[in-house]
Ligand binder design. Structure first.
Ligand SMILES: [Zn+2]
Length: 262
């Protein structure tokens, strides 16, 4: 998939997220152009579950044929001094979407990730239960993905594991306004700052991978934080009451390189 097509896919995802009911019944001009068919319905279990994603739509074929699919069990192939992540985030008005697959916060204008001199605009962040990746064989109760795109369309994700402990105040702010059924929820006068959802240490593991949801597009630059953030048992339970399990199973690592930052 070209980076242009990748960008169209992500734009389409964003559009689907905001008008999901229209998206499922009616192809957008972008989808017509990109894939000549509209987005198929997919789920995390049953006949539309992960092992069937590639069969649901030609557009999803990479879910089966890709060689750098996410998630997988992350273990270091080498350790090295990695460039610091420029996590240049700022508060934006709260806009939370239950898109039928996850709870997502739209972050247009929420700042940038800068790494290796390249800037990626923050688009959105969302959550999975349980964690999608494991780190050295260890799974977590939840995982958060901060999704970014460069002007070229190239994608970068920052992953953060959520472990049980002290409640996170920013998450409490989000959870208090979490739509329990599908649809968008804008909260007047409230803001979200993703900076408050990052661990104290910004050390990370770097590797290449894919989107973990259809169309499973590859060429995604992944940065997995080594330190989890803590959330309370009640916060985990509140998410799981809406999405008990929205994690793709582990995929093969194949011969990709995992660099663990020192
Ligand atoms: Zn995700």
């Amino acid at each position: 998939m070209t980076s242009r097509n990748l960008f169209l896919s992500i734009s389409t995802l964003a559009i689907c997220a905001t008008v999901i009911s229209a998206c499922e019944t009616m192809p957008t001009a972008e989808e017509d152009h990109a894939a000549n068919k509209h987005t198929s319905h997919w789920e995390y279990a049953g006949e539309s579950g992960p092992s069937h994603w590639a069969a649901l739509s030609e557009e999803f074929s990479t879910c089966a044929t890709g060689r750098l699919q996410s998630p997988f069990n992350i273990s270091a192939d080498i350790t090295a001094k990695l460039p610091d992540l420029g996590l240049n985030y700022q508060a934006v008005p709260m806009k939370i979407i239950n898109n039928g697959h996850t709870i997502q916060a739209d972050q247009a204008g929420g700042g940038q990730l800068v790494v290796d001199g390249k800037a990626y605009d923050l688009l959105q962040f969302h959550f999975h239960a349980g964690s999608e990746h494991s780190i050295d064989g260890k799974a977590y109760p939840m995982e958060m993905h901060l999704v970014h795109a460069a002007k070229s369309g190239e994608l970068a994700v920052v992953g953060v594991m959520l472990t049980e402990g002290t409640a996170n105040a920013e998450l409490a702010n989000i959870w208090a306004n979490m739509p329990t059924s599908q649809g968008e929820h804008m909260v007047k006068g409230k803001t979200i700052n993703v900076k408050n959802l990052l661990p104290a240490s910004h050390k990370y593991d770097r590797f290449m991978g894919s989107l973990t949801t259809p169309p499973c597009s590859e060429g995604v630059n992944w940065h997995m934080m080594q330190q989890p953030i803590t959330v309370s048992a009640a916060q985990i339970a509140a998410f799981k009451a809406i999405y008990p399990m929205n994690a793709r199973p582990l995929q093969e690592e194949n011969n990709r390189l995992v660099v663990r930052g020192q």
